[in-house]
Design a protein around this ligand. Structure first.
Ligand SMILES: [Zn+2]
Length: 254
């Protein structure tokens, strides 16, 4: 039987995952057979590729996170451009806007975002977005550009944001919060979006699903996210797995 796909984890976070191979093995044992490791700057993107080279069913997403945008430069762009040419690099990300933290100014965030959107368009690579408290602003930017395959990682917007992103053809990442007791608004938004537009992620080491909330998350817990989505959508878990796997295959070309 096919397993689950964790479309977004940070096995390249060396503090959380001293032994990424062990985390991949544990994921496989728990029915998770495809993993995508996501970069947040040049070094972590390089590490994501290094991990992906060791396993047939692990791929990398390379890019410069808005919270790392203060260290983005033309050299950074060159690094991401080179990394994106690697055969295991399946998308540009995670890029975007973050108004919750202030590690980088709005100008720095926008400059990294625009340079990488142009790069993705030039290379024909899909884009994975990180967006925190900035959906209207990010959607304004995307609506003004030619259409492109986009994924809103760990979607936390409301129904209006979802409608605008759906009109752009976006996919949406579902994470641990779908399992949280008080997340009724999120579950309602995901029902509104519909399974055809969703993929599963852990965002490990962050966002651990119930009953592990607050602990260090791991890709092995992807099934818990899938089961939480099954409850939220009142759809059989096997169907959740089948459709989210197909969505991930189509988007990332895996
Ligand atoms: Zn992430």
């Amino acid at each position: 039987m096919t397993g689950w796909t964790d479309t977004h984890c940070h096995l390249n976070d060396t503090e959380a995952f001293a032994d990424p191979a062990e985390a991949v093995r544990e994921a496989n044992e728990n029915g998770v057979d495809r993993l995508i490791v996501v970069g947040v700057d040049g070094e972590s993107s390089r590490l994501a590729l290094e991990i992906s080279e060791q396993f047939d069913n692990v791929w990398a997403v390379v890019g410069w996170h808005p919270n790392s945008a203060a260290s983005f430069s033309t050299d950074g762009l060159k690094e991401i451009s080179a990394a994106a040419g690697h055969p295991k690099a399946v998308a540009i990300g995670e890029i975007g806007l973050d108004f919750h933290w202030s590690y980088a100014t709005l100008e720095q965030q926008k400059s990294a975002l625009f340079a990488q959107l142009d790069l993705a368009a030039e290379l024909g690579k899909p884009v994975v977005f990180h967006c925190r408290e900035a959906y209207p602003e990010l959607l304004d930017i995307l609506e003004a550009r030619p259409s492109h395959p986009y994924l809103m990682h760990c979607f936390a917007g409301g129904p209006e944001d979802a409608d605008r992103a759906l009109a752009l053809g976006c996919l949406f990442g579902v994470d641990g919060p779908v399992t949280y007791k008080k997340a009724d608004d999120l579950r309602a938004t995901l029902r509104h979006i519909g399974l055809q537009h969703l993929v599963l992620e852990t965002d490990a080491p962050w966002m651990a699903p119930h009953p592990h909330r607050g602990k260090r998350n791991k890709p092995a817990w992807t099934a818990l996210v899938g089961q939480g989505l099954a409850v939220a959508l009142e759809i059989d878990p096997e169907e959740i797995k089948r459709v989210t796997n197909a969505n991930a295959s189509r988007f990332f070309g895996i």
